[in-house]
Design a protein around this ligand. Structure first.
Ligand code: SF4
Ligand code: SF4
Length: 481
């Protein structure tokens, strides 16, 4: 598309292609720093087809997962208020902050590892921002307002009935979709059945959930409908740090400079000396962040592969080999071999393995039965005319797993087995909640004490399997001889 510049007398001075981007600023910003709205053109091609299938798989997964029940529980439920995390039918109770930290840290370093190998692959293939905008919001926009050129013209046209009608239809559809996405999102935190029940009541009965849902809806609506690439360019933290994770061996969407340059129309270059790039700007027209990939790898590139398909289409029409723009590393483009595992990527994967291992260790430890003996205010009582000492405790048994235990208690020390009696109110004791407290007594002869104390090991035995599921040392106290 040509931009015509005129003199004050209205004479045509020169023409400029609007896709010939200013080298000094982003395509999404004008000379005054105002936002320039983008109208990326649609594209067809192998990469688009692959992404389409993957995007709809992700959308399906996102929409279906909370409604999918395993063992009577949602496939994924993050109950923040109760610190419970349900995944594939198993619930972790009272999730410790350390587990959450290790999970997030593992995720960050795994993404950094993936970025060091494959560049901004997350942004182009799996980020909800890209997935929802490309698969749903841009489709609705094209359906209501037409192709890129028509959308641009509609935007620039004065407000009239047609524009108001199209905008109303578009934003109404955006709102319906955003409501649905937001309800599913909230469903991951309160449970889909509960959310469905809540939506059947007046908002005044569940103000908290209602306000949260409306807030999330508004964020999705404004982000996917209006803010779009601005989020990737100026707000996304991952976008800012990706350059640290990438190097010349990372596989990114690249333009083959050696093959493409000098491009058509380059000053002082004969047609016979031109490279394969015919300067059609199709790669720029389809770019959702408005960049020209021919200027090299840029922070703004979200690796969506749209420009690969656009250029491959041109190359096919010109009967030239595809791949002028392709997935490649800087080294490969410069004729050097690509190292898959570099020092940088090795460091990322090593740190990831450490964090994942620590997470699994703490996860395993947290699903075991943990015992805490809390001594009563009066440490001991002497009964039966001094022949028996009683120690009184509150025993707190906790575990984050799903298992229910029916347990009995026994003294492990062979020499004390028959000399210390463990007394609990109910035999066996049922541990069917994440945190169970019981009263427990130890009765023994003062003869077993050494200088008024004696350490004993208490075993918790699963009544069904007769296996020891936990043990803890308890210090018994009594009168010093
Ligand atoms: S689509 Fe290909 S041929 Fe056209 S400008 Fe981009 S790189 Fe050059
Ligand atoms: S340069 Fe290509 S891969 Fe990068 S964001 Fe633009 S269209 Fe997508």
């Amino acid at each position: 598309m040509l931009k015509v510049e005129k003199s004050r007398r209205g004479r045509r001075l020169k023409t400029k292609n609007i896709y010939d981007l200013d080298p000094e600023r982003l395509a999404t910003t004008d000379e005054h720093g105002n936002r320039v709205y983008l109208y990326p053109e649609d594209v067809k091609g192998v990469w688009k087809s692959r992404r389409k299938v993957f995007y709809w798989f992700l959308i399906g997964l996102y929409l279906v997962l909370p409604w999918f029940y395993i063992n009577g529980k949602p496939a994924l439920l993050i109950d923040i208020s109760n610190r419970e995390f349900t995944v594939l039918g198993s619930t972790l109770h009272g999730v410790e902050p350390i587990l959450f930290f290790l999970l997030v840290a593992s995720g960050i370093f795994l993404v950094a590892f993936a970025t060091s190998l494959f560049g901004r692959v997350w942004c182009g293939w799996a980020c909800p921002q890209t997935v929802f905008i490309q698969s749903i919001f841009l489709k609705i926009e094209a359906l209501v307002e037409g192709k890129a050129r028509e959308r641009r013209e509609l935007d620039q046209a004065p407000w009239n009935f047609n524009k108001i009608l199209k905008r109303t239809i578009k934003w109404s559809l955006f709102t319906i979709i955003s409501l649905h996405i937001a309800h599913t999102f909230i469903g991951y935190f309160v449970g889909p059945r509960e959310l469905f029940a809540i939506t059947m009541h007046a908002p005044t009965e569940n103000w908290g959930t209602f306000v949260a849902t409306m807030l999330v809806t508004t964020i999705f609506l404004l982000d996917f409908g209006w803010f779009r690439e601005q989020f990737c360019l100026i707000a996304c933290p991952y976008g800012r740090i990706q350059s640290v994770a990438m190097d010349e061996n990372s596989l990114v969407v690249s333009y083959d400079v050696k093959r493409g340059e000098p491009r058509r129309g380059a000053e002082g270059v004969e047609r016979s000396d031109e490279g394969d790039c015919i300067n059609c700007y199709n790669c720029v027209k389809v770019c959702p962040t408005g960049i020209d990939i021919r200027r090299g790898t840029q922070l703004e590139c979200i690796a969506c592969t749209q420009c690969i398909d656009a250029c491959d289409d041109i190359m096919t029409k010109l009967k030239k080999p595809k791949g002028l723009i392709r997935y490649s590393s800087e080294n490969e483009i410069n004729g050097k071999p690509r190292k898959v595992l570099t020092i940088r990527s090795s460091i990322y994967i090593s740190i990831s393995i450490i964090f994942v291992s620590a997470f699994l260790y703490f996860l395993n430890a947290s699903t075991n039965l943990n015992l805490v003996f809390l001594r009563a205010k009066t440490p001991f009582q002497v009964i039966e005319s001094g022949r028996t000492v009683v120690n009184h405790f509150t025993l707190k048994m906790t575990h984050q797993g799903t298992q229910t235990y029916k347990v009995n208690f026994a003294i492990q020390n062979p020499e004390l087995k028959d000399k210390v009696l463990v007394v609990t109110p109910i035999h066996p004791t049922m541990v069917d909640i994440p945190e169970k407290k019981i009263v427990i007594f130890f009765k023994f002869s003062p003869q077993i004490l050494i200088a008024g104390t004696r350490a004993v090991l208490v075993d918790v035995i699963d009544e069904t399997t007769q296996q020891v599921v936990a043990s803890k040392e308890v210090v018994l106290v009594g009168p010093a001889h």
